[in-house]
Design a protein around this ligand. Structure first.
Ligand SMILES: *[C@@H]1O[C@H](CO)[C@@H](O)[C@H](O)[C@H]1NC(C)=O
Ligand SMILES: *[C@@H]1O[C@H](CO)[C@@H](O)[C@H](O)[C@H]1NC(C)=O
Length: 269
C-alpha cells in the first residue's frame, strides 16, 4: 500500500465555544477538590460526591451520592441547576437523583457542614448521544482516486468525537473534532480522497465513530466497503503507480434546534 498524504483540510463550519475545552481540562482538578480542602478544624472530615464523572444519554437521570466522614453532619446541601428527583439518606450520606439531563456538561457540588465547618466536593455529568448511524457511501472512482464519504448522524457532543477511516484494519485517516463545542446534535461528514494501487484494492474500508467521554468510550462503525467493485475505470491502472495523495474535509451540520428540542423527537432512536 502506498503512502497517503493529506493535502488540505477543509473546515466548512467552525463553531468555537472555548469554555467547553477549558471545562474539560479542569475536570480532574475539580474532582479532587473534596479531598484537597483542608481546614484548621479540630475534627477534620472529608466530603465525597460519587460518581465523580458520569456520562448519560440526553434526557437520562443519574444518582449522586454525597458522603462524609463527619460523625454528626449538621447539613448536606446540593448545588445544581439540574432538575432534582428523589432523595435517599443514611448515616453520613445523602443520595440525590437528578433528572432530564441535557446540558453537555454540568458540575454538581455537595456541601456538608460539620461542627460549624463546611466542606464541599464536585462531580461532573456529561450528556451524550450515540450516533444514530455511521454510513460509508459507496466510493466514487475518478481517475485513480476514490472519494470516500462517511456520514455520522445525530451525534453529541461533537467535540468529543473522533472519526477514523480504516482499510483492512489499518488506520488511513483519523480526525478529532474537539474544536467543535456547540450544544447541538450534529451530522458530521468526513470526505477523504485516496489513490490506490490495484494490488490492495480488495481490502475493505470501514468508517468508525468514537465518542471519548473520559470514563466511557462509545464506538460505532459503518458496514465495510470494498473498493474493487468500483475499480472499473481504465485510467485507474495507468495512474495507480503515481504518488498517492489525499484530500480531506470535514463537514459539520449542526441542528438549528438546540439539543433539548431535538431530544423530544430523537429519544426513540
Ligand atoms: C452512599 O455512600 C455511602 C458511603 O460510601 C454508602 O454507605 C451508601 O450505601 C451509599 N448509598 C447509596 C444509595 O448508594
Ligand atoms: C442529519 O441527518 C439526518 C439523516 O440523514 C437528517 O434527517 C437530519 O435532518 C440531519 N440533521 C441536520 C441537523 O442536518
Amino acid at each position: 500500500m502506498g503512502s497517503l498524504l493529506p493535502l488540505s483540510l477543509l473546515i466548512l463550519l467552525v463553531a468555537a465555544y472555548p469554555e467547553g475545552g477549558r471545562a474539560r481540562r479542569s475536570r480532574r482538578a475539580l474532582g479532587a477538590q473534596g479531598l484537597a480542602l483542608r481546614g484548621s478544624s479540630p475534627a477534620p472530615f472529608w466530603v465525597r460526591l460519587s460518581p465523580e464523572f458520569t456520562a448519560v444519554p440526553p434526557g437520562g437521570s443519574v444518582w449522586l451520592n454525597c458522603s462524609s466522614s463527619c460523625p454528626l453532619p449538621e447539613v448536606f446541601r446540593l448545588h445544581t441547576l439540574l432538575l432534582r428527583g428523589k432523595t435517599l439518606s443514611g448515616r453520613g450520606w445523602v443520595a440525590y437523583q437528578l433528572l432530564d439531563l441535557k446540558a453537555w456538561s454540568s458540575d454538581v457540588h455537595c456541601f456538608v457542614t460539620c461542627a460549624g465547618e463546611t466542606r464541599g466536593a464536585t462531580a461532573r455529568i456529561t450528556t451524550y448521544k450515540v450516533p444514530r448511524s455511521v454510513i460509508l457511501e459507496p466510493p466514487v472512482l475518478v481517475g485513480s482516486e476514490y472519494t470516500l464519504r462517511c456520514h455520522v448522524t445525530h451525534v453529541f457532543p461533537v467535540g468529543l468525537l473522533v472519526v477514523t477511516l480504516r482499510r483492512g484494519g489499518r488506520v488511513i485517516y483519523s480526525e478529532s473534532l474537539e474544536r467543535f463545542t456547540r450544544l447541538d446534535l450534529a451530522n458530521v461528514t468526513l470526505t477523504y480522497v485516496l489513490s490506490t494501487e490495484p494490488r490492495d484494492s480488495w481490502l475493505p474500508v470501514t468508517c468508525h465513530a468514537r465518542l471519548n467521554l473520559d470514563g466511557l468510550v462509545i464506538r460505532s462503525s459503518s458496514a465495510p466497503i470494498t473498493l474493487t467493485a468500483f475499480a472499473w475505470h481504465p485510467a485507474s491502472k495507468a495512474l495507480a503507480f503515481t504518488s498517492i495523495a489525499a484530500l480531506v474535509g470535514i463537514l459539520l451540520v449542526i441542528g438549528v434546534a438546540y439539543l433539548r428540542k431535538c431530544l423530544l423527537t430523537q429519544s426513540q432512536t
